[in-house]
Design a protein around this ligand. Structure first.
Ligand SMILES: [Fe+2]
Length: 135
């Protein structure tokens, strides 16, 4: 995969969350680089572990704000987070059986999911978060 570049159009209007998204994109780019250079499974797994830990706390941050601000689209948003976690779990499990094929699928999923999710689901909460003083 080509390198992902964080652009202003990905901003959700909250600096701390933009920074978290940039960190996530940075980790995905580490995976993209591994992918281009003929990845070693150990390096890929180390980055995937790091990403999983980081994403767990990132989702928790967003979800805490949504609850606190009584965000109207919380149900749909939580569902997207759940779907993400389930897809990663499935692809990681399949990787144990057929690691080379699944790595590619996993990396492609990550690249697409994050840009789509930020541009659609995440940017919907900007107005609510901003109204509550979060910038
Ligand atoms: Fe989100």
């Amino acid at each position: 995969m080509a390198e992902l570049i964080w652009l202003e159009k990905y901003s959700v209007g909250v600096e701390a969350l933009d920074q978290q998204h940039q960190t996530i994109i940075g980790l995905i780019n580490e995976l993209n680089a591994e992918d281009r250079t003929g990845h070693t499974p150990d390096a890929v797994n180390r980055i995937l572990d790091q990403l999983a830990g980081y994403v767990t706390s990132h989702f928790r941050t967003e979800e805490d704000y949504m609850e606190r601000f009584d965000y109207e689209d919380i149900e749909a948003h939580l569902e997207e987070h759940v779907q993400y976690i389930e897809t990663i779990a499935r692809l990681t499990e399949e990787q144990i059986e057929d690691r080379d094929n699944v790595h590619g699928e996993l990396i492609a999923f990550l690249n697409h999911w994050w840009t789509d999710h930020i541009l659609e689901a995440d940017q919907k909460y900007t107005k609510t978060f901003n109204i509550h003083g979060l910038h």
